[in-house]
Ligand binder design. Structure first.
Ligand SMILES: Cc1cc2nc3c(=O)[nH]c(=O)nc-3n(C[C@H](O)[C@H](O)[C@H](O)COP(=O)(O)OP(=O)(O)OC[C@H]3O[C@@H](n4cnc5c(N)ncnc54)[C@H](O)[C@@H]3O)c2cc1C
Length: 336
């Protein structure tokens, strides 16, 4: 074997050291370049849950380049089983999403990026969005499928039981708690109408107004005719085991058995970017859309819970599909 001279050894060692350390030294630079490079897509979908994935499926099948940006926080994440979505009835929510994701991933023009969209603006080619991690992406069209965020009231036990036995919708969970000791938490017209609705699933029902009743004399009479008591006592806490309600305790020391409690907490939009970029909102706090899921800003679409109080997986999927189809149609009209 040829012996290496001292000079040769020094040169060779230097080359090897550079080969090892150069990629490491370049890495932050590459990351920075990657971060400042704006990648262009046909469509960016913010929100990769039911509605966003449905939109992506339609667009992937239409050969569109699509980026889904999602931060993994769907509103129903605490509910053990999702119901009333045909073919998926009774499956855990994350199982439905995982199956939808697998199907969407089959379409090679669709990419996923785990991040939060924090701002957006118009640019020459359409729109640009910026993410929490500092990335920028650009697209001809935007779809917001970002859902809403429920605001948990300060009643101890409420948040822990949300989606398990504190429920928003009888069509989603009413069958499972039918005939059980049930309450509606609400007041005024809302409390009255929700109690009338829930009386379809159980006759063991009480309306909890959590303070003085604001129901009209006629509403009060009607509820009493249906044996639905109106309880005005202020709630201290909800007693539960792993989210399954046992008792409702009142500030005056009274306690009542309970297994299910329906209510509609206040909400905010999960993502403020649509409003930030000028989308008109409804009085109730939803993004205003037409029947084709178009917002007030041409090229910007919204679908799913962020646009409607008809809050079900099936509806979110239907709206996402519509958004996908109409976005593609608009792109064809612009390009053809
Ligand atoms: C507790 C509970 C139980 C429910 N049970 C049922 C049921 O049994 N059956 C039924 O049909 N319906 C049920 N629903 C309703 C159903 O879950 C919703 O209608 C559905 O999840 C709406 O889908 P979506 O895609 O519009 O929004 P979501 O599912 O809420 O998804 C929105 C997605 O957008 C992401 N996102 C938001 N902002 C950003 C951002 N800035 N950047 C990146 N990503 C972002 C979120 O992380 C999330 O992944 C339930 C709802 C709740 C609250």
């Amino acid at each position: 074997m040829k012996r290496l001279s001292r000079r040769g050894f020094i040169i060779q060692s230097g080359v090897m050291a550079t080969a090892i350390t150069l990629p490491l030294a370049l890495n932050p630079l590459l990351t920075k370049m990657e971060m400042t490079r704006i990648r262009q897509f046909d469509v960016i979908i913010t929100g990769g849950s039911y509605s966003g994935l449905a939109a992506a499926l339609a667009l992937g099948r239409a050969l569109r380049t699509v980026l889904i940006i999602d931060n993994g926080n769907p509103c129903n994440r605490q509910t053990p089983y999702s119901h009333n979505f045909i073919t998926q009835d009774g499956k855990p929510p994350h199982v439905i999403t995982a199956s939808a994701k697998r199907q969407v991933k089959e379409y090679k023009t669709v990419e996923f990026h785990n991040d939060s969209v924090i701002t957006g603006n118009k640019n020459e080619g359409g729109f640009e969005v910026h993410t929490r991690s500092g990335r920028k992406f650009s697209a001809k069209k935007l779809i917001f499928a970002t859902g809403i965020k429920d605001i948990m009231p300060g009643i101890p036990g409420f948040a822990q039981s949300w989606g398990i036995s504190v429920l928003h919708c009888p069509y989603c969970h009413g069958y499972e708690v039918r005939d059980q000791i049930t309450g509606v938490l609400g007041n005024g017209n809302f409390g009255y109408e929700f109690a009338a609705l829930i009386s379809n699933w159980t006759k063991d029902l009480a309306l909890y107004t959590n303070g003085k009743s604001a129901l009209s004399a006629q509403q009060t009479k009607k509820l009493h005719q249906h044996n639905i008591p109106i309880i005005e006592d202020e709630i201290e806490n909800l007693e539960h085991e792993s989210g399954y309600l046992k008792k409702i305790n009142f500030k005056n020391g009274i306690t009542r058995e309970i297994r299910a409690l329906y209510t509609r907490p206040d909400f905010v939009q999960h993502c403020s970017v649509p409003e930030m970029i000028g989308c008109v909102m409804t009085e109730e706090g939803y993004i205003k859309v037409d029947s084709a899921q178009r917002t007030s800003i041409p090229g910007v679409f919204a679908c799913g819970d962020n646009t409607t109080k008809l809050r079900t997986v099936a509806n979110a999927v239907a709206m996402g599909t519509t958004a996908g189809l109409i976005v593609n149609k608009e792109l064809i009209e612009e390009e053809f």
